[in-house]
Design a protein around this ligand. Structure first.
Ligand code: 1GP
Ligand code: MG
Length: 280
């Protein structure tokens, strides 16, 4: 079953007393009392399933690397030429997608497709992105978590919508971290027929681990984008979402857990090796 944005279930488990939250099959949420910080949990993932995790797949842009801001900046520059502004509702539809798929959303949703084709948008933004990508920084907690899981012997990999040439530019200062990955699947990989929210890229990544095929229920995905979270669920995997704070929280509902930053993630909650004093 492929999850569509309106087939969203969310069950809030309380981490502090107070809020009561019920959600129906769509996004309409009724909070019966004050809002507190809560951990989202997908009803399909109960504690015992959380203990099954043996492999981890990391998204990259916006999750391991602070690169989504470059896409936003370039899109704002291009839109300003048409006296239009870029906003997070459009960003939410684009992020995580393959370049051409995101470009089509961009020109159509902003109404500029008669003046700028999706293909020409990609050409126009290219030179600006090529200058920005080499300055990419790691997101908070990314290095610590990747090093910890690798040192603990947990198979880890990357599944990113970005294309090979951009991947090289973005990661050129972070070779050590990306060298710890068992493999890296990119958006222009021949096995990735459709971009996120299709499950293609995560299923391809799962197939490339060593040994027996890994059952999706044993895989935990880390994502920042709504399309990526949906792709992970469509692949039958569990997913921890680390959303940009400007993203509408309604997009958090499909994730099995939502954390503000990778620094707030506790591997032991998923049956993965806990941080030790030296790594915490
Ligand atoms: O799949 P990720 O690594 O987030 O890449 C998406 C990127 O192409 C732009 O959003
Ligand atoms: Mg991402």
């Amino acid at each position: 079953m492929i999850l569509k944005p309106n087939q969203i279930f969310g069950l809030v488990t309380l981490t502090t007393s107070g809020a009561r939250f019920t959600s129906t099959a769509t996004n309409n949420l009724q909070f019966q009392s004050r809002t507190v910080s809560v951990k989202m949990a997908n009803p399909a993932v109960c504690d015992s399933e959380k203990k099954l995790i043996t492999h981890v797949i990391f998204d990259m842009d916006g999750l391991l690397l602070d690169t989504e801001k470059f896409y936003t900046e370039v899109q704002e520059i291009i839109l300003s030429r048409f006296d239009k502004t870029f906003d997070w509702s459009l960003k939410a539809k684009m992020m995580g997608k393959k370049a051409i798929e995101a470009a089509r959303v961009f020109v159509e949703e902003t109404g500029i497709s008669d003046s700028l084709s999706a293909e020409n948008f990609l050409v126009e933004r290219e030179s600006m992105l090529q200058e920005m990508f080499p300055t990419s920084e790691l997101m908070p907690g990314a290095s610590r978590l990747v090093k910890h899981l690798h040192a603990s012997g947990v198979p880890i990999c990357v599944a990113t919508g970005t294309h090979k040439r951009h991947f090289a530019l973005k990661t050129q200062r972070h070779g050590e971290i990306f060298s710890l990955m068992h493999h890296i699947v990119m958006g222009d990989d021949p096995e990735v027929k459709q971009g996120k929210p299709s499950p293609d890229i995560f299923l391809a990544a799962a197939r490339r681990f060593d040994g027996e095929p890994v059952h999706p229920s044993k895989i935990l995905v880390f994502e920042d984008a709504p399309s990526g979270v949906l792709a992970a669920k469509n692949a039958g995997m569990s997913v921890v979402m680390v959303p940009d704070p400007r993203l509408d929280s309604a997009f958090h509902e499909t994730a099995d857990e939502v954390v503000k930053s990778l620094l707030d993630f506790d591997p032991a909650e998923w049956g993965l090796p806990p941080f030790t004093d030296t790594t915490a």
